[in-house]
Design a protein around this ligand. Structure first.
Ligand SMILES: *Cc1c(COP(=O)(O)O)cnc(C)c1O
Length: 396
């Protein structure tokens, strides 16, 4: 079976993890800082906070911005449920934005539409999602966000290694020049694998400090922030050695040294992974060209700026008189794994119950046609032909 996505682990990665296992620190050790520095180097962000997952990263970002009840967060409907749930965790409401029907991305126009729609909560933040590795129009989105006084947090779980064009310059995804924070996932289907893992990048040092505290129960050991002086300091004025303080409750969202060692090792191969993904995507695009117009790869921007997480085709199932379930089953029988990214989140029962009449035609049109085909660095060139041939066969 060729899966739709798969991690690539080699001997270096294994050695890096074994090294941690043979050392003194399985967690709270030096591999965490090493991973954070490596991700900082790749993204250009001055502050990186590693954490347990992409979901934890999103939750930390929402907490870090101080969002809560009475606030609304704009999230595109075409994303993984975790983007919306982050706002829900803190009691904020989710204001779903529609997406472009062909790219699946939130646009400045669909953001404006979501803000113009009446709904509960005062919009305070927007979470653009760089779906499939395509980078959103950050200049356009931040212009709208500024006009409405919204904080911007990028969900870049698909887009490590991608780039945004800002003021004519190419800026790596994660640099956080156009947003308060950027969230990443290192789940094995993503471009870099930690098993489970995530990170928030930011240019705001105070925000990074707060995220670090929230990642470990809200606890601080920094005497400079202690409030309970009688407890914190001894008669000599020095902090007592055991003392720590919790000013607000946080979580255990740490990433262990095992995970961070794997992540740091994987990051050294990011450019190789991306080059392979780009090359496979180009070949796959050519191999599928004869299936137009019923099958079209989603139109994508400059190939260098794309994180190439997923290779998505839009298939006119209706015009072909075929159901997606049948086509997926035929592909699976031919040994080709596929997936649908994503069911629009506003259609999930939890969110449906909160806004039963919401229709987002762009998200629904994208969802009706999308299919993610295999794309991962370890795919062989021959696999591309197998995928294209199986899809041709399956659609006949
Ligand atoms: C994977 C993913 C997440 C969640 O990441 P986890 O590491 O699985 O928690 C959030 N948003 C998007 C767009 C994702 O693809």
């Amino acid at each position: 079976m060729i899966p739709y996505g798969r991690h690539s682990i080699d001997a270096d990665d294994i050695a890096a993890v074994v090294d941690v296992l043979q050392g003194d620190r399985l967690t709270d050790g030096p591999a965490v800082a090493r991973f954070e520095a490596a991700l900082g180097a790749v993204t250009g962000a001055p502050h990186v906070v590693a954490c347990a997952s992409g979901t934890a990263a999103l939750h930390l970002a929402v907490l870090g911005l101080g969002l809560g009840p009475g606030d609304a967060v704009v999230v595109p409907s075409l994303t993984f449920v975790a983007t919306a749930n982050a706002a829900t965790y803190v009691g904020a409401t989710v204001r779903f934005a529609d997406v472009d029907p062909d790219t699946g991305l939130m646009t400045p126009e669909t953001l404006e539409q979501a803000l113009a729609r009446p709904g509960p909560g005062r919009p305070r933040a927007v979470f653009p999602v760089h779906l499939n590795g395509q980078v959103c129009d950050m200049a356009g989105l931040t212009a709208v966000a500024e006009r409405h006084g919204l904080s911007v947090v990028e969900d870049a779980c698909h887009a490590l290694g991608g780039a945004a064009v800002l003021d004519g310059a190419s800026v790596p995804v994660g640099a956080a020049t156009a947003s308060a924070a950027v969230c990443f996932s290192f789940h094995p289907v993503k471009t870099v694998a930690m098993g489970e893992g995530g990170a928030v990048t930011t240019r705001d040092g105070a925000l990074a400090d707060r995220l670090r505290r929230l990642r470990t129960h809200g606890i601080s050991r920094d005497p400079g922030v202690f409030q309970e002086h009688a407890l914190a300091f001894g008669a000599d004025g020095a902090p007592t050695p055991w003392y720590y303080e919790m000013a607000e409750p946080g979580f255990n969202y740490r990433a262990s040294d095992l995970h961070c060692a794997l992540g740091a090792s994987q990051l050294t191969k990011l450019e190789t992974f991306l080059a392979r993904r780009r090359s496979l995507a180009a070949t796959l695009g050519q191999a599928l060209a004869p299936l137009a117009p019923h099958v079209r790869p989603i139109p994508r921007g400059p190939t260098d700026a794309d994180g190439w997480h997923l290779f998505v085709v839009l298939i006119d199932f209706e015009g072909l008189g075929r159901s997606r379930a049948d086509v997926m089953a035929a592909l699976a029988a031919a040994g080709i794994g596929t997936q649908v990214h994503y069911i629009p989140v506003h259609r999930q029962p939890y969110y449906r119950a909160r806004d039963p009449d919401l229709h987002l035609p762009g998200a629904e049109a994208y969802y009706a046609r999308c299919l993610s085909l295999p794309l991962f660095p370890a795919m062989a060139d021959g696999d591309v032909d197998r995928v294209a041939a199986a899809l041709r066969e399956a659609l006949q």
